[in-house]
Design a protein around this ligand. Structure first.
Ligand code: ARG
Length: 459
């Protein structure tokens, strides 16, 4: 049988595989709340503009309320033959209120409907994820405060570089996540326009009020061009782009957790709640959640690329290709829900092994830069020359198999006769860390100030 929504000119129904490839209800049912909300706004506007009668409007309003209640109660029967959420809702409305339901689709199309519903859905997702990112920032800031003076090796090239504080390291992620929230907020601003009332592509001859539906749905304004409004998916792409950068940050932090929990490092341990055992090796505590956060960033980035490729060849205006926008967007959002919750849990529960972190600073001549800086400050040498001298002193210590602080003054003076005993003060890791008081630097005092500032800026 022909489709009850659009089958007027059709004698026969679709092939089974046509119905299967064409349907989106299996996934776009997730838009039900947004679809009904937009329909309610549209119907109220049609009544206010005198386009449909008040009685039809009231019947539609009550009917849509009931459809919403049925879906939320799990009593709604979604029908694949009705293709998508828009037609499923409208068909049920017709069963409930009769011919008045047919007036709801006046001055609109599924093309502006889906664009509107999807904008509302992505907007909700952005708001939820922004709050989740903020919760992760809060967990990081709390740990940073606890560990404002906990020294650890800082790395470049994953080689020991200079001592830093663990709090300082964690606050680096707070900054990244702050920019991620900024990107989400920025995307939300551009997204927040009302596509409803663009109809199929050209607008409508009915005297609709798009400013009214914009206000009802919390949009800042109506979209300025109806062709653009039904064929634009920038908002989903921007959301995925912001999600990709965010996921990349989560993945880097996850990777650090994996490294820090290894036997070679033992800098931190994850709680039982966020580790798994091995079925064969009884001693194991595996950082599976961190590994999965790292891995899932691939899905998010892949979804972004998939949507960009899907869109790039589409002529204006709507094409059914665009129905493929939803699953990857949902997947991105579902992945963020999981990854952000798992990461926040891991960070909140994190136990820091301060002794192991400190032991890590005993390797790699970690205060060599402090020695070079001392030569500049006390002997007035150009930094390049100080760098060279320090290199020779490091070589000496390396040959002896000892640390810089284990060399005698006489040893150092064989390289640079002007060195005095005072130099040993700057070779201590705590001194090195405490001395880095430049704005944004790693000293405990700076980190405490950064913690307070981060609370102001982000929480
Ligand atoms: N299910 C469709 C989608 O997600 C809704 C819009 C269909 N419009 C159309 N003219 N076939 O894109």
């Amino acid at each position: 049988t022909a489709n009850e929504m659009w089958g007027g000119r059709f004698a026969a129904g679709p092939a089974a595989v046509m119905a299967k490839i064409n349907q989106s209800i299996s996934f776009d049912k997730r838009l039900y709340a947004q679809d009904i909300r937009a329909s309610q706004a549209h119907a109220a506007m049609l009544v206010a503009q005198g386009i449909i009668g008040a009685e039809d409007g009231a019947a539609i309003r009550r009917g849509l309320d009931q459809v919403l209640a049925e879906i939320e109660a799990g009593e709604f029967r979604f029908d694949e033959a009705l293709e998508d959420i828009h037609m499923n809702v409208e068909a049920r409305l017709a069963q409930l209120i009769g011919p008045s339901a047919g007036r709801l689709h006046t001055a609109r199309s599924r093309n502006d409907q889906v664009a509107t519903d999807f904008r509302l859905w992505v907007r909700d997702a952005i708001d939820r994820h922004s709050a989740q990112v903020q919760a992760l920032q809060a967990a990081l800031i709390d740990q940073a405060e606890r560990h404002a003076a906990t020294v650890m090796p800082g790395f470049t090239h994953l080689q020991v570089a200079q001592p830093v504080t663990f709090g300082h390291h964690l606050l680096a992620y707070v900054e990244m996540l702050g920019r991620d929230r900024g990107r989400l907020a920025d995307c939300r601003k551009r997204l927040n326009e009302n596509s409803l009332g663009s109809a199929a592509l050209a607008g409508t001859s009915f005297p609709i009020d798009r400013h009214a539906t914009a206000a009802t749905l919390g949009f800042d304004r109506p979209t300025a061009n109806s062709l653009d409004a039904v064929s634009d998916r920038d908002f989903a792409i921007e959301f995925m782009a912001a999600a990709s950068v965010l996921s990349m940050h989560l993945s880097r932090l996850a990777e650090e957790l994996v490294i820090w929990t290894t036997d070679a490092f033992k800098f931190v341990s994850l709680s039982d709640a966020f580790t798994t055992g091995s079925s064969i090796m009884p001693q194991k505590r595996n950082p599976d959640a961190a590994e999965l956060v790292r891995a899932k960033s691939g899905r998010v980035i892949g979804a972004l690329v998939g949507l960009l490729v899907m869109m790039k060849g589409l002529p204006l205006a709507y094409g059914k290709d665009m129905q493929e926008d939803k699953e990857p967007t949902f997947e991105v959002s579902d992945t963020l829900d999981l990854s952000l919750a798992a990461m926040t849990g891991m960070i909140a529960d994190l136990k820091v092994n301060e002794a192991a972190m400190r032991a890590g600073t005993a390797r790699g001549f970690i205060t060599a830069t402090d020695l070079a800086d001392w030569l500049v400050r006390r002997l007035g040498l150009p930094f390049r020359q100080a760098h060279h001298i320090t290199g020779s002193i490091v070589k000496l210590a390396e040959d002896r198999g000892c640390g810089l602080e284990d060399l005698s003054l006489a040893d150092m003076q064989t390289v640079e006769p002007a060195v005095t005993g005072e130099v040993f003060e700057v070779l201590s890791v705590d001194r090195a860390v405490e001395s880095r008081t430049s704005f944004g630097g790693t000293s405990p005092a700076q980190v405490r100030a950064q913690v307070a500032a981060a609370r102001e800026r982000f929480l």
